[in-house]
Design a protein. Structure first.
Length: 364
């Protein structure tokens, strides 16, 4: 029997990662940096205290336009798309008829088109779903993933550094706003969004221009950061990750995402999602009270009885403790005497309804 050879995709910044001695791993079919030579802890403090840079070009980039684009997106996405103004972004989910989450994504609205940035692992699935739901001659869906690159500069000093590199004033760009600018005869799309919980921006453009910007940032002392630290940062903030906290078996209300579900919109899966019979669990955030790191699948116990499972876990350098996200039974009201089971041993944990890390530079 022949072994099947799997060829992994590479982003346009791949050679830069190799030069920076990045440890490369398979992530969603792409060779991506999990960390660089300086180490994960150094990358972490760069983001929380200064500035760091991520290659997120593996994400899916879709351009949607046409006279019917607004109404089409308002049907396939959970938020009220008709309320969003130009040069603004919106976090939302796309659900199937059973209410399961096909993907979580960010929608950006420009004057005459929309940009959808979707999870790398779901690109093909998302594109197929969008096309299957598009029965209009006035809606056009273009996959721009291979012709563009995307980087994220994040951290309290990200605005200052980006203004220094681009020679462009970002002071008037508020959280979840976006803008198209000209840079060295190229068009750049800049959004004040990110996945770290800090002040930050995401920059989309042609591959050549993004490579130039990456090089200038690295040369100016910005720390490159990989997938490992990105996971720590998002868990500290309580951000969901597809395949862990959310998937097609998960109700968005269970995932704590009711704030992105518009009751007045007639989006796909709405009736199933709002049916309380389909809301059996609720998301929870946990902090280790003993030395240990929670991992996906660990059982969550209360008074010795299983009440749920961990979906993500990490060690927080800032809080000096293991942190996790998970789901517990919806009817659980008291969180006293709780623990998680790691390799057959109980470890005490503190359970909370909200994430443990607050007061970041996110909205400054």
């Amino acid at each position: 029997m022949e072994n099947k050879i799997i060829t992994l995709n590479k982003t346009s910044l791949h050679n830069s990662h190799i030069k920076l001695k990045a440890k490369m791993v398979d992530f969603a079919g792409y060779l991506m940096p999990i960390n660089y030579a300086q180490g994960i802890k150094s990358e972490y403090h760069s983001i929380r205290e200064n500035v760091g840079l991520f290659d997120v070009s593996h994400m899916g980039i879709f351009k949607i336009h046409g006279k019917g684009a607004d109404n089409f997106l308002n049907r396939v996405l959970s938020n009220n798309i008709l309320k969003i103004q130009s040069n603004n972004a919106m976090y939302t989910v796309m659900c199937n008829q059973n209410g399961g989450i096909i993907d979580d994504l960010i929608l950006y609205k420009m004057d005459d088109y929309f940009i959808l940035i979707v999870n790398a692992s779901n690109k093909e699935k998302n594109l197929n779903w969008l096309n299957s739901q598009n029965d209009s001659n006035d809606v056009f869906i273009e996959d721009k993933s291979d012709s563009t690159s995307l980087v994220a500069i994040q951290g309290p000093e990200s605005r200052n550094k980006l203004e220094e590199i681009l020679k462009f004033n970002l002071g008037n760009m508020n959280f979840y706003q976006c803008e198209k600018i000209n840079y060295e005869n190229s068009s750049l799309f800049i959004a004040r969004t990110g996945y770290t919980g800090e002040l930050g921006y995401e920059i989309l453009g042609d591959c050549e221009t993004i490579n130039k910007i990456w090089g200038k940032m690295i040369s100016s002392g910005v720390s490159p950061c990989g997938l490992a630290v990105r996971d720590i940062l998002r868990i500290e903030m309580g951000y969901c990750l597809y395949g862990h906290e959310i998937d097609e078996s998960r109700n968005a209300i269970e995932a704590g995402l009711s704030w992105i579900l518009d009751k007045d919109s007639d989006f796909i899966g709405k009736e199933v999602i709002f049916n309380k019979a389909n809301q059996q669990q609720k998301i929870i955030f946990l902090k280790m009270l003993e030395r240990g790191i929670p991992r996906q699948g660990c059982e969550i116990l209360c008074e010795g009885e299983k009440i749920g499972n961990v979906t993500s876990g990490t060690f927080s350098y800032l809080l000096n403790a293991g942190l996790g996200i998970g789901y517990i039974d919806r009817d659980i009201k008291e969180y006293d005497n709780c623990s998680i089971l790691i390799r057959g041993k109980n470890y005490k944990v503190d359970l909370k309804k909200t994430p443990f890390l607050k007061n970041t530079s996110l909205r400054k």
